[in-house]
Every structure is written in structure tokens, then in C-alpha cells.
Design a protein around this ligand. Sequence first.
Ligand code: CAP
Ligand code: MG
Length: 432
Amino acid sequence: MQKKVEWYLDFVDSSYKPARDELIALFYFEPAKGVSANEAIGRIASESSTGTWTTLFKMPPRMNKLKAHAYYRSGNFVKVAYPLDLWEPGNAPQLLSGIAGNIFGMKALNNLRLLDIHFPKNYLKHFPGPRHGMHGIRKMMNVYHRPMLGAVPKPKIGFTDVEHAQIGYETWMGGFDFVKDDENLTSTKFNNFDKRVKLLAKLRDKAEHATGDTKDAYINITAETDEMKKRAKLLHDYGFKHAMIDVVVSGYSAVQTLRETLGDYGMAIHAHRAMHAMFDRNPKHGMTMYMLAKLMRMIGVDQIHSGTAVGKLVGTFAEVKSISDTLRENKVSKIKNVRFAQDWHSLKQAFPVTSGGLHPGLVPYLMKEFGDECVMLVSGGIHGHPKGTRAGAMATRQAIDAVHEGETLREHAKYNLELAQALEKWGNLRPV
Ligand code: CAP
Ligand code: MG
């Protein structure tokens, strides 16, 4: 008789009751041909915790306590419970190496998608969460009862530092709060980071003086980690309140490090999610944007790009809503096969950032989705205004006023020239 080779099924137990402090992951899975659902979920639990492909010579019985359990399956969805002791406190990369690691390459699975993880209080307490959060940022910027507004100079890369700062000035003067770097602009030979920071600081002060409002920028510090720390310091020295990080490409470890550095400076983090679509776009495989947003709130970004549902990039209304919920609420409700209930305990709330193909004509749709509690980035949609950047920013502010005053954009445009000009160009176009 052939000896037992595999022990994957040891990780499946439908009678298992997870302890309160276990991490629970929700996966969508599709087994490969010839693999049963039970074998598939056994592999998921095994390879993401203590298992390997074959039975072992030495297996101390105490290690059973560290095993994950696939304890609930409904169709192609499975819940897996992971003992708290498997996880190093405050180590986000380690979590991903386990729950989002090898299992995604297993031949026994055709598809696998990590939808959500429920974090118990005893795991969450080792992460700082946002330094300022939504309320802190409002206080810092002295902006209440409307979306925070920002714009990236467009074209997204190519301007010199001088040109860039001038466009920034126009953006601020049109009534926007933030000038933002684009995700692929860091420090180039035509637009040097240090020079850009110095020029923007000067024009920020000028714009603050002229308007009486607080102005700030999301300047992109993304680079090798030590370089990011240096850039963070320069921003702090020049009085900036935020730093921008491309969080996916920089990596969880770098974001954790910079959360400390920037936190010590009292600064907030604007998280751009460039590259997220490589793992979240296929609905059957990868990891959800929801999961990324949750991880980033835990690590401590103050705001993260969350989609628009009406702009140029993928993302449904339901997805965008769910991401906003987990960033903005203290207690998130459960949606079957989508997300767990999550109590965020003392971790601060983060802003969702809505961006990508927006213009004044889309403001009413966005405000229906997000209300006032968001950061809205309108870039091409102000710089493409027939009268230029400043007029485009004014048109966006006018569109927000229209919504607040209960008027349609067309009604409001009768006595707001910049809005009228924007509507003439874009109407309520939804770009693809
Ligand atoms: C938007 C943007 C943002 C995307 C990111 C761009 O510019 O600057 O990076 O919105 O996507 O480069 O496309 P426009 P998301 O306003 O001119 O479209 O927010 O979905 O992560
Ligand atoms: Mg961009």
C-alpha cells in the first residue's frame, strides 16, 4: 500500500470555531480540473500557514496550534482562520507573504482571489493607523463641509520645475487646496525634486497670502527608502503638511518606515495606488482594492486613491462605495461574500481619493457617491478648461457650490461663467 503523501485535508474542518483573536481571510477560489473543493481549500489554508506538499518525518504536535483552518465554504468562497501567533506584531509584509503569497501560484487552483481579512483588535493594535486622518487633515487645512480639492499639472510629466510650480500657483489661486505630483514624476533632469519643493513652497506662501486660505501639496517622494526619508525631511523643512507615496510600487515595508518618519514630522500621507490594477482588475484572481485600502489604513496612510465609478479608470460603484466605507467608518458592516464586519477600534479614519478623468460636469455624480468627505482630484478637467487652469479650478468649486445649493449645474452656470465654459466643453461626459 502506498504511504500517505499529502496532509492538506488536515487543514479543513467545518466544525472549527475560530477564536476571537484569529485573523479570518475570505477567498474566492476555483479548483483546477480533478481537484475537489475540499482539497483546494485545504491547500489554501496549508500553504498560507504551516503546511507543505508532503507529510513530514518530524512534526511536533504543538505545531498543530499554528495551523490555519479552512472552516467555512459556500460555493466558491471559503473562510480561513489563522491563529494570531502565526503573525509578527506590526509586520505588514509578513502578513502578505503568508496570506497573499505562494498560494496564488498553486497548480491546484485555477484562480484565487483574496477578498478581505478580518483583523482582530490584538493584531490591529500593533499598527499606528493614519497620523492625522480625515478630521486631522480638515483641521490642518481649515477646510470643512466640502470635498478637499487637488490637481496634478498635466501633461503628467515633462514640465520643468519652474513651469510645474507656476501651474501649481494657478491651481491654488483658482480655489484648490492641493497641488499634486503625478505618480511617475519623482526627480528627473528637467524637474528636480529639491528645486520643485523650493519653488512650490515660495508660490504656496504667495497663494496663501493672496487668498487667506491654507494651501499644501502632495509632492511625490517615491524612491529608494533612504532617499524617501531624505525627501520627507526636505518637505518638512519647507513646511509641507503632506507627502505623496506610490504605495504599491514602494512596498508595504517602505510605507511602514515612512509612516514613522513622516509621523515624527507631524505630516500626513497621500497614497497613490499606481500598479494596483495588476492584481485587482481580474475579478477571479489576485487581491481586491478593498483589501489594499484596508491594509493601508492599518499601516497609516491618511488618504488613498479609491476610484470614481464615473471617470476614465475601472472600478464599479459598489466597489468604490465599499472602499470608502472601510476608510471612513469606525465599524464596517458585513456584506456576504464581499467583506467582513470590521471594527477599527482606535485607528483614525482615512479619506478616499476620487480621481481619474474627472471634470466639473461630473461633480454631482461624485458628490452623490462620496458626499463631502473625500479628496477630489480634477487634473485634465481643470487644465483643459477653455480659459485655463485657474478658471478650471474655479469651475470645479462652482460645481460643488451648485450641489450644496441644490441647483443643477446648468442653473448655476447661468451666473457662473467658468462653470458655463466647462460645461460647454465637456457637458457630463464620462471619459473612457
Ligand atoms: C488623474 C491621474 C491619477 C489617476 C489615478 C492620472 O489625472 O493623475 O493618477 O486618477 O487613478 O495620472 O491619470 P486626470 P486612481 O484627472 O487628468 O484624469 O485614482 O484610479 O488610482
Ligand atoms: Mg496621475
